[in-house]
Design a protein around this ligand. Sequence first.
Ligand code: PLP
Length: 438
Amino acid sequence: MSIQTDRSRQLLAESKLYLAGGVASSLRAAMKPTPLFAVSGSGPRVRDEDGNEYIDYLLAYGPLILGHAHPSLAEAVGEALKRGATFGLQHTGEIELGKLLVEALPCADRVALSGSGTEAVMLALRLSRAYTGRQKVVRFHGHFHGWSDAIFTSFPSPDMKQAAAAASAGAVPPGTSGQSELSLKDVVLLPWNDFDALEQTLRERKDEIAAVISEPIMCNNGCIRPKPGYLEKMRELTAELGLVMILDEVITGFRLGLSGAHGKFGLKPDLVTIGKAMGGGIAISGVAGKEDIMALIENGTVGHLGTLNGNAVATSAALATLRELAKDGGSAYGRMERTADRLVEGIRSLLAKHGIPGLVNQAGPVFHMMFIGEEKVEDFDAFNKRDAAKYARFAERMLEEGVLIRPSGLWYVSAVHGEDETRATLAAIDRVMAGLHS
Ligand SMILES: Cc1ncc(COP(=O)(O)O)c(C=O)c1O
């Protein structure tokens, strides 16, 4: 079976006449058999220009936690637009959202709003440097923190040995050509989930290190959980040495629960970055954290700028999304987890049934499926042993079965995916796996 993609291909060719590369974000160019042009979405389903309909687990790379065109979100955004999209003045929506965030996120005394995850990370790094008076930032192999020059290292890294060798020679491999080499001189790249490596580096170089930034779960590469005690020890050590611990919750924030991963894990980092699911598909992000660090914005030490920061459309989208997620004691999270659990259990049984070596790492409503001979994938080196080409083939064939998944292996489940979607998805996987050897 193959799907019609003529119209998407035609539109890509037309788009290339005007948009560099024909797509608005480089990652999208890699989609096989071709980048698809969406027409509309509703709930857990999306339709493309060729008339194909897919059950959607891409979910726009994470933000669509309520699925497509959720009525509460659509209404809130529509009403906000009627009142005025943005003012460049303050409005009460910012206060309502700020209050909601401070109440939901355990580490948040104050928040600062921005537009994208990349900007939030930029601000968190800037706050850390101003707070400590130090320059360097520790980040980890396999994590992703957006595409600003200050933090974008090779991603996904095809060869970690090469990256590690370059890093130990003092040159962190850039994420792209054209990136300032100077900014990456402030980045110290370490393996994740290795507390000894972290402790050694932090103790030796504490006088130059401003911050450690980490995803709480390595969602971007393998959905790998922290080893028991790892983040807690990171917390203790960074506090002891007086440097800032930043948890990048752009994926996990509001996805694992309303209090984010740090709330779930009972951790209090100094700063967290949030984005993606927060706005349900409308651009909004933020930094939340400790009063004395966030005070650097208030007293003018750290610049926090952005024409559209806190605009009324974005704040109303975030308020609608977070209120929807909080309804009935947060029952959406239970629903998402049950759907994800059923999918993951089903995928594991199907891997066994078809004798395909593979595994699934799950963190609540997000999971990473991979074809790999390992029993477990608990670090980035193990993750790099997966058969990425085979998975990309699998993703392409799933499209033919009406299921949209990310070719990297990361699946997102929304609050509106249910039994019907789970059943249809597992049946599709069964058929695709049956033909995967050919
Ligand atoms: C953990 C993490 N941080 C930051 C970002 C950057 O966010 P954005 O794409 O909104 O700039 C991403 C994006 O995928 C992310 O996964």
